[in-house]
Design a protein around this ligand. Structure first.
Ligand code: UDP
Length: 315
């Protein structure tokens, strides 16, 4: 099959490209190299079934010919990283909303199945755990940039479902919960690569807020396999599916764990949210996916423990 991955030079996109190449597909990675990089795909470049095209999902002319010759589209191109999002609210909204609209509109012309990557951010401040796919989405003030990002992802989901219902475009929507793994950059503020970088450099480990907030981290290998399984399962069309892990850890414990594993002498320090991000920033205190739907559809389960994930990133 010819498969198009928008955001194919990003962290998750490049792992997905590698996985699909191993399955025998021809993969086109499309990326504007804003947060993605050639470094992420340099090991794939010599492959004769791998194509890289630089361009933006905001320009239909860039992407239309690639979409027209694809059998499946994985749409990963988006603004990523809480730090980036807080610093670039306008670009976040434009990229996430207009980019997704362009991909869906062009895919709909030939009814090419599209997988849309959404985020656990859409649950917002809902604290009724675990989050099932039909749970309420609860957002804070319009003055907090974070909710603009959550809303942009929620709107992507609505757009995709509308294309499914009104235009019969096959879509699958995945909500990713803190996907991590090798090649994830600390540059956009994600916590595990940041803590690893800090411990290895002997710098203070920066725990934002009280550190009692919890997350569940999943390995990118589990996630890309699940994305491909969902795309290949017609039962998943028109569905929103959580993907992640249920191994929960507080951010303070995560800092302790990474410090311990790396035998680092770094100090753990607490940084208030207003210093870390912005005065209006609000964090999600808890996040835990209900994975029953993914299990039912594709037999999904997370196969990496947090320790294994950290070890794979250190390597
Ligand atoms: N975090 C932290 N120190 C950092 C980076 C992040 O304490 O240097 C916290 C952040 O405030 C959040 C959690 O780690 O509570 C996960 O952050 P990340 O940006 O990786 O993902 P999020 O779950 O917020 O999308």
């Amino acid at each position: 099959m010819n498969i198009l991955i928008t955001g194919g030079a990003g962290f998750i996109g490049s792992h997905l490209a590698e996985f699909l190449l191993k399955k025998g597909h021809t993969v086109t990675a499309f990326d504007n190299l804003s947060t993605g990089s050639r470094e992420n795909i340099k090991h794939l470049a010599p492959h004769n079934r791998f194509i890289f095209k630089k361009g933006s999902v905001l320009f239909k002319n860039d992407i239309e010919p690639l979409i027209a010759r694809s059998h499946h589209i994985y749409h990963l191109a988006a603004a990523v990283g809480v730090k980036y999002i807080v610093g670039h609210p306008l670009q976040t909204l434009i990229t996430n909303v207009d980019g997704t609209k362009n991909v869906l509109e062009l895919a709909a012309k030939k009814k090419i199945p599209v997988l849309i990557t959404s985020s656990s951010e859409v649950y917002g401040k809902n604290d009724n755990l675990p989050f099932g796919e039909n749970a309420d989405r609860t957002y804070g003030s319009a003055y907090s940039e974070r909710w603009g990002y959550a809303l942009s992802k929620a709107l992507d989901e609505c757009l995709a479902l509308a294309y499914w219902r009104e235009k019969n475009l096959p879509v699958v929507i995945v909500r990713l919960f803190n996907t991590v793994g090798p090649r994830q950059s600390s540059h956009y503020g994600m916590v595990i690569p940041t803590f690893i970088k800090q411990t290895l450099a002997g710098e203070p480990i920066t725990v934002f807020g009280s550190g009692s907030q919890t997350r569940c981290f999943s390995h990118v290998n589990d996630i890309v396999m699940a994305m491909a399984d969902l795309m290949n399962n017609k039962q998943a069309y028109g569905e929103i599916v959580n993907l992640g892990s249920t191994e929960t850890i507080s951010i303070r414990d995560l800092a302790e764990k990474i410090k311990h594993i790396t035998k680092s002498k770094s100090k753990i320090i607490t940084v208030p949210y207003d210093k870390a991000y912005s005065p209006t920033f609000e964090d999600m205190q808890k996040r835990l996916p209900d994975l029953a739907k993914a299990k039912k559809l594709i037999g999904y389960k997370s196969t990496y423990s947090l320790d294994q994930i950290i070890q794979s990133m250190l390597r």
